[in-house]
Design a protein around this ligand. Structure first.
Ligand SMILES: Cc1cc2nc3c(=O)[nH]c(=O)nc-3n(C[C@H](O)[C@H](O)[C@H](O)COP(=O)(O)O)c2cc1C
Length: 131
């Protein structure tokens, strides 16, 4: 995991700007880039079990806690999936082919920013109670 702030955050922003998306990140004061790495546990059991592919799940868990912790500290975040992983690896000096499934933009919401209306699938499409 990498934290990027200050002038470096300004230079990092283009790594998460593609096809006109995420332009607002030019004003974002900090980013957290999460690199895909196997945990020690996964490395150990991967020798026995081919299904040991948990790192993506771990990143989801980590991201959820990070954004909640940031909010608790009075910061706001935006989880970013639009990103150029090659550019990020280059920026951070990581080897070619390194994976960065998620970046988290960290800062303060723009003055007067209103949460957009949520357009969710109906609960019955995504949840079934088996009894
Ligand atoms: C995996 C993932 C990738 C996302 N990528 C972006 C992104 O690149 N740019 C963006 O503005 N929002 C992106 N979002 C949406 C914001 O993070 C979103 O507003 C936030 O997750 C709150 O979720 P909600 O709007 O569904 O409540 C992404 C969300 C997720 C979960």
């Amino acid at each position: 995991m990498f934290a990027v702030n200050g002038d470096k955050a300004k230079q990092f922003a283009p790594c998460v700007q593609m096809n006109g998306s995420n332009g607002w990140t030019s004003d974002c004061p900090a980013f957290i880039a999460i690199e895909l790495n196997r945990s020690k546990f996964e490395e150990t059991i991967a020798q026995k079990f081919t299904f040991a592919d948990f790192a993506g799940n771990d990143i989801g868990l980590l991201t959820a806690y990070l954004v909640l912790a940031a909010e608790d500290m009075g910061l706001q975040t935006c989880i970013l999936g639009i990103r150029n992983e090659d550019k990020i690896a280059d920026f951070l000096g990581e080897p070619n082919g390194s994976r960065f499934p998620l970046v988290i933009a960290v800062g303060h919401a723009a003055e007067g920013y209103e949460l957009r209306p949520k357009d969710r699938k109906p609960l019955e499409d995504v949840f079934k109670l088996i009894k």
